[in-house]
Design a protein around this ligand. Structure first.
Ligand code: MN
Length: 208
């Protein structure tokens, strides 16, 4: 048996309104994320896999089945997503992350514009990422389905995600319908940069 569990949220389902509505949050966490956890456990059990270190598993995901890739990615990506949202967000990155964003993108508005463009350009379901390349620099990319930049699915541009925007329709459709651009604009009102700053430090420590 392995030991993955659905993480509790540190805020109420309605706490991110009006930017992310209560019904979307409830279904997204209790149904979608729960299903990724349950299906990951089942797929790992079926494979006889007992490793419960999701980080290392995702970094060699090419050795595993599509079910483990999709549900392991789903569990990891959503856990990161919830942790970076807050009803009382810090709205501007500071410190080392703030400096790295200036170096890589010029300023925060450029980063937001590039992530929006990447999110709108992701056809169908997927994620937009701000991540720390294994070489140490910041980068933005999008991935399909529940993939993420940690996975060994490509030889270049891999790294540790520190901020992910879920662009599956289940993340926004009830409130925003087909208007993904509006959802991508609203996202920044509940994105807590203090959480992303911590994840940046963690990623740098893993690279060293
Ligand atoms: Mn989702």
């Amino acid at each position: 048996m392995n030991s993955f569990t659905l993480p509790e949220l540190s805020y109420a389902y309605d706490a991110l309104e009006p930017f992310i509505d209560k019904e979307t949050m409830t279904i997204h966490h209790q149904k979608h994320h729960k299903a990724y956890v349950d299906n990951l456990i089942a797929a790992l059990d079926q494979a006889g896999e007992t490793d419960s270190d999701l980080d290392s598993l995702l970094q060699r995901i090419s050795e595993y089945s599509p079910a483990i890739r999709n549900n392991g990615g789903g569990h990891y990506n959503h856990s990161l997503f919830w942790e970076t949202l807050s009803p009382q967000p810090k709205l501007n990155p500071e410190g080392k992350l703030g400096e790295a964003i200036t170096t890589a993108f010029g300023n925060l508005e450029n980063l937001k514009a590039e992530m929006k463009k990447s999110g709108l350009g992701q056809f169908g379901s997927g994620w937009v990422w701000l991540y720390v390349k294994f070489s140490g620099s910041l980068a933005i990319s999008s991935t399909p389905n529940q993939d993420n930049p940690m996975m060994d699915l490509q030889s270049a541009n891999r790294g540790f995600p520190i901020l992910g925007i879920d662009v599956w329709e289940h993340a926004y459709y009830l409130a925003y319908q087909n208007k993904r651009a509006d959802y991508l604009d609203s996202f920044w009102s509940v994105l807590d940069w203090s959480s992303v700053e911590k994840k940046y430090e963690e990623a740098l420590s893993k690279i060293k």
